[in-house]
Ligand binder design. Structure first.
Ligand code: PEP
Length: 255
């Protein structure tokens, strides 16, 4: 049995006070949900303050990125040690916006995964094809290459601590959601790759989230699919009521 995991990626939104407010709203709304892992990922500047709000509650904290080095002369960088110190237990790695706007590669994601695990952070590793790759029928090839490179030299005992997020780039922030069957097809493929890279046991237990314009109206159908184990939510996670509805509608699936 894989426990569902719904994570909110707040991206570069919310001042500290706004983040505290949103965290308080979610804590109030979702206090009774124990069968789904709920993770919120504010900007670095709000991590410690949001941790103060949710500490001791059923909400968990994640960062949106980190550097692979523990410390050093990396102006503007924030390390795994630092995000752990601020209270995070999760970290999103390889988000397509980091890949597109900040030159993130699967090789750097691989280094970050290894560093995150060292600090007991659960990496949420994002993979996904862009529109032209999908139109050229290269989705599986792209996903395979990203996963191979991201997971390079990561042993099974380490890999079992990961969460994978399948996020088709063409569905992120565009309002276009992958059809549940389209997403399921890729999730199933990712699981088959995990069998090849590791084994059935790991593949059967690893959680694979879907991300891309998830809303209260489409979450039920998406996570009703066999291999979809939750969601990574961007835009709709910035609103307490919308994110609450996404979590509550997920409960109805009864996974
Ligand atoms: C994301 O940022 O990971 C994401 C999926 O964004 P949105 O839900 O806004 O498409």
């Amino acid at each position: 049995m894989r426990k569902l995991i719904i994570a909110g990626n707040w991206k570069m939104f919310k001042t500290i006070l706004e983040a505290i407010d949103l965290a308080n709203g979610l804590k109030r709304n979702l206090f009774d949900v124990t069968t789904i892992d709920i993770v919120i990922c504010p900007a670095f500047t709000s991590l410690a303050e949001v941790y103060e709000v949710i500490s001791g509650s059923n909400l968990q904290l994640g960062a949106q990125d980190m550097h692979w080095e523990e410390q050093g002369a990396f102006t503007g960088g924030v390390s795994g040690l630092m995000v752990k110190d601020a209270g995070a237990d999760f970290v999103i790695l390889g988000h397509s916006e980091r890949r597109i706007y900040f030159g993130e590669t699967s090789q750097s994601v691989n280094k970050k995964i290894k560093a995150a695990l060292k600090f007991n952070l659960t990496p949420i590793v994002c993979v996904g094809e862009n529109l032209s790759q999908r139109e050229e029928n290269r989705t599986f090839e792209v996903i395979k290459q990203q996963l191979e490179e991201c997971l390079d030299a990561i042993e099974k005992e380490e890999a079992r601590k990961l969460v994978i997020a399948y996020e088709p780039v063409w569905a992120i922030g565009t309002g276009k959601t992958a059809l549940p069957k389209q997403a399921q097809e890729v999730h199933k493929y990712i699981r088959s790759l995990l069998v090849k890279f590791y084994d059935e046991d790991l593949a059967g237990n690893l959680r694979i989230q879907y991300g891309g314009s998830v809303k209260p109206e489409n979450i039920f159908q998406l996570i009703s699919e066999e291999d979809i184990d939750g969601a990574l939510v961007g835009g709709a996670s910035l609103d307490a009521e919308l994110f609450t509805s996404i979590v509550r509608n997920s409960l109805k699936v009864g996974k």
